[in-house]
Write a protein that binds this ligand. Sequence first.
Ligand SMILES: Cc1cc2nc3c(=O)[nH]c(=O)nc-3n(C[C@H](O)[C@H](O)[C@H](O)COP(=O)(O)OP(=O)(O)OC[C@H]3O[C@@H](n4cnc5c(N)ncnc54)[C@H](O)[C@@H]3O)c2cc1C
Length: 401
Amino acid sequence: MENSNQQHKALIIGCGIAGPATALFLKRIGIDSVIYEAEKTNDDYAGLFLNLARNGLRVMDELGIDEPIRQEGIVMQTMKMVSGKGKMLGTVGQSTGEPQGYTIKRGFIHKVLREEALRQGIPIEFGKKLRSIETNEPNRVEVSFEDGSYASGNILIGCDGIHSRTRKIALPNSPVPSYTGLISFGGFVNRSKVPYERGIQKLVFGKRAFFGYMVKPSGEVYWYGNMDYNGQPTRRELQSIPQEEWRKTINGLYANDLDPIPQIVRSTQGEIGVFPIYDMPPVAEWYRKSVVLVGDAVHATSPNAGQGASLALEDAMVLVKCIRDLPNLEQAFSMFQQLRRDRVERIVQYSRSIGQRKHATNPVQVFFRDLMLPMFLKQANKDSLGWMYDYKTNWEDKITV
Ligand SMILES: Cc1cc2nc3c(=O)[nH]c(=O)nc-3n(C[C@H](O)[C@H](O)[C@H](O)COP(=O)(O)OP(=O)(O)OC[C@H]3O[C@@H](n4cnc5c(N)ncnc54)[C@H](O)[C@@H]3O)c2cc1C
């Protein structure tokens, strides 16, 4: 497959984070894309919030769209960890210098990326749920969608998230997502009385479950928690449980914790969002013929390290640099996999290990967790998790074999 960029047309499956970011970088190197999104319309209020770490923000900066995130997001400098009894266990991060990241409503980051793609003339088609992929002819990909329509191009980039249909079709021997045994939930409280402390995210190892929250200068609280949940629930199954039941369960979970936790949970407005937490075991091959996987589709990580979105953004940039600099797609995809694999697998592992620390439920586990955590945090601060947050890839630097 020769790599004259003018010959390529990319089909991008999924308009989450990786999809529009990849399309924007491709546009820079002269490759036109169309983004196909399964949802019928964009939902700017979907999916609670996420922490965009500074490594991901650097990619948004490269795309020229970091400012809205800095303006709208809640800056995060340090995470303060507190035990269920109110004892300070330690902090991660520095109160000055470059923030660890910004917490932002998921719908907002989608909107920023999507609007930039549209502004640059990249078409986004909604209601296009990928059904099948054909790669019989060299340098050609044909896809069909559930609505009966078709599209063709030269490259297909699977940005369709953890339950990627692209992965299932193009790389059928890939492992399936692995359930961590935890569900995550959260919500928003407008105009609370919880004091605003600039740059601080509070993480409380509550009596029965973990709880995290941060406050905007306006008093709005963003909060989330985790709990054990048996089986292999899907998001749809969790959503089918009535909100009143979730409220009862979650209120009960935090009823004996110190304020402001029970207060925050009780005064949550709107829906409490509930998500099963899966991550991806290592995927051996990230591409086949003209099809390549990016972001959660190939290396979804649990949210504990707050890195999934940032990794998806990094991927977008590195993949397109590889396509730009290497003579053909085979070499570009192979180099992309080689450059990214160790980093993403390390983060998936690290994030899972944090989840297990939060997970302590019986008093003995809690005792040892509270004893060990300050040492773990000291170590994390010593290394300052630089390997995770300070990853940099410059757009101008050439990739060579
Ligand atoms: C509860 C929770 C909290 C999280 N918190 C954080 C955090 O704090 N920080 C962080 O960095 N990450 C966080 N993450 C992870 C983060 O959301 C993902 O890593 C990130 O969204 C990955 O981006 P993506 O573009 O690869 O996939 P997605 O954002 O999942 O986008 C995939 C897109 O593909 C579409 N799609 C799916 N199937 C098809 C199909 N067949 N055809 C067409 N389109 C399709 C979907 O509708 C979606 O729009 C969290 C995840 C969860 C579940």
